[in-house]
Structure formats: C-alpha cells, structure tokens
Design a binder for this molecule. Structure first.
Ligand SMILES: C[S@@+](CC[C@H](N)C(=O)[O-])C[C@H]1O[C@@H](n2cnc3c(N)ncnc32)[C@H](O)[C@@H]1O
Length: 273
C-alpha cells in the first residue's frame, strides 16, 4: 500500500528569495564538512541534501545542486516547500537527481529515503521563538546521525548572514547538538558586529539582552573590535581577523584558520547560548 502523504507541519510565509543569495551557505558546507556531501557508506549511499523552504522560485536549490555536484556528482537534492504553487512552479525543473516536493518540517520522505543535511534559510525568521525547538525536532526525525542542519538568516542579498550549525546526535530522541554559531560578511556593508544582531536566528534574536550569553558575546566582540581598531588601517578583513583572535583570547572557541577569517567567516564552536 502506498504511504499517504503527511500533512506538512509549519505555515506558509513570504517567499522572497534571490539568485545567489545563499552562495555563501553553499561555500560554508563545502569548507566545513565536504565529507558529509560525498560520503556513501551504509544509509548515506542514498541520503539526500534537503533545501527546506526554497521560496517563490527554486533558484537556491538549483544553484546548490550545481555547486555540490562539483564534488559529489550523484548527490540527490530535494527542495521542500509548504506552499503548493511554489512546488508546481519548481517541478518542471526537476530531473533524475533534483526533486521538489510539497512538505514541511516533517520532511516529505518516501519509504527508504534518508537525509544527510538540511539547509533551512530565512524560514524560521517568520515564525515565533517558541516554534523553533519543535521545528528542529521535527526536522531531526528525517536526518541520519552525523548529519547537519544549517538553520539561519541572511539579509536580502546574502551579503551578511548568521546560522546555527546543528549536528544530529544518534538516538531515538531526535536531538541535535549545537556545534557552532556562524557569522559571515562579504564586507560590502563594512564591518560592525552589531549588524549581525539584526539577522540572528530566531532562537537568539530576542535574546540580545543583559544576562544572556549572546548579549555577552556581542559585547565581547565589540570590545575585541575596539581593541584591534588599529588594524583598520590595513583593511576590514585584517580588522575582522584581529577581532576574532581577540575573542579567542577571551576564551571563545573560534576557528582561527585563515581560510575562515580571510573569507569573512567567524565560526564560534560549541557556543554556550
Ligand atoms: C523567505 S523564503 C526563503 C527562501 C530561500 N530559502 C532563501 O533564503 O532565499 C521562506 C520560504 O519558506 C517556506 N516555508 C515556511 N515554513 C516552511 C515549512 N515548515 N516547510 C517548508 N517550507 C516552509 C515559505 O513558504 C517560504 O517560501
């Protein structure tokens, strides 16, 4: 007997998207955990990458497919949307490896299908804070242990973004470990930590208040910027990198490799937020 489709969990929200808006997120995956995109052991051999909430047009899903297939030529990619007309618009662009389905946080998987990673970008920002943990939990149900959820927010052009990096923990309780919190800028808007506060993921955006760990983090980052302001003379990138090193000096676990800092990525590992 065929399985009846599940009722999509979530709500239809504005579908604004843009070409190349999520290119930095694709690059993040390719730098952070390329092995997750290529691994083909056991259940990973048929595991998909899911772009959840691709919006009015499936630009981001198709672009991600092209980028990831440079290292994983047979990777299956599934675009999921909760708004039926957006799915109908995308379906003519589907092919053997790229599919589009109506669905929600409870992923529309068919029997035997598995997921290696989910990107949910600019989706939860239109929800309430209380909706975040249940949404994460529902998404976890479809993902293989070791898989990732990259859930975050960008500005309209993708020139700055922030994201939760969640790693699926093995076990029946469908939980994630917050492995990192990341901040990206291409420096076109300059560099000011305060800019990131306005595009924090939903679980944090209302928590930049005294007493909260994320408030302390931004306070420390702003201090780190002030202390390294002399680096501005060499440009925004050296200043950004110097502020990251100062943050690490204050005890934050920051990735200090040049490949992150020179490209405008602040990767805060094991954040206690
Ligand atoms: C602002 S658009 C983001 C498009 C794209 N991800 C981007 O960043 O450019 C958000 C989309 O998420 C969809 N959405 C919201 N909740 C969803 C859910 N629970 N499951 C699937 N899609 C959802 C909305 O219908 C909307 O099209």
């Amino acid at each position: 007997m065929p399985h009846p489709p599940k009722k999509p969990q979530g709500q239809v929200t504005r579908g604004k998207t843009a070409r190349n808006r999520l290119r930095p997120v694709d690059r993040f995956f390719l730098m952070y955990d390329p092995g997750l995109l290529t691994r083909a052991d056991g259940e990973f051999s048929r595991a998909r990458f899911v772009d959840l909430g691709y919006g009015d047009e499936p630009f981001t899903t198709l672009e991600t497919a092209a980028r990831f297939r440079q290292i994983a030529p047979t990777l299956k990619i599934l675009g999921v949307e909760i708004e039926p007309e957006r799915v109908a618009r995308a379906l003519p662009l589907a092919d053997d490896l790229t599919d589009f389905r109506l669905g929600g946080f409870n992923l529309p998987l068919r029997p035997g299908e598995t997921v290696r990673a989910i990107r949910a970008f600019n989706v939860l920002r239109q929800y309430e804070e209380k909706d975040v943990l249940p949404a994460w939990e529902q998404m976890a149900r479809g993902v293989l242990p070791g898989g990732l959820l990259v859930e975050g927010t960008s500005n309209p052009f993708g020139s700055i973004l922030t994201a939760n990096i969640l790693r699926r923990v093995a076990g029946e309780n469908f939980s994630w470990r917050l492995e990192a919190l990341v901040f990206y800028t291409n420096f076109r808007l300059g560099f000011d930590p305060a800019e990131f506060q306005t595009i924090l993921p939903k679980n944090l955006i209302h928590r930049v208040i005294p007493g909260e760990a994320i408030f302390r983090f931004f306070d420390d980052w702003k201090t780190a910027c002030a202390e390294s302001a002399h680096q501005k003379a060499f440009g925004l990138r050296p200043w950004f990198a110097a502020s990251a090193r100062r943050l690490a000096g204050r005890g934050y676990q920051i990735c200090l490799q040049k490949r992150w800092l020179n490209r405008g990525w602040l990767v805060w590992q094991s954040p206690q937020v």
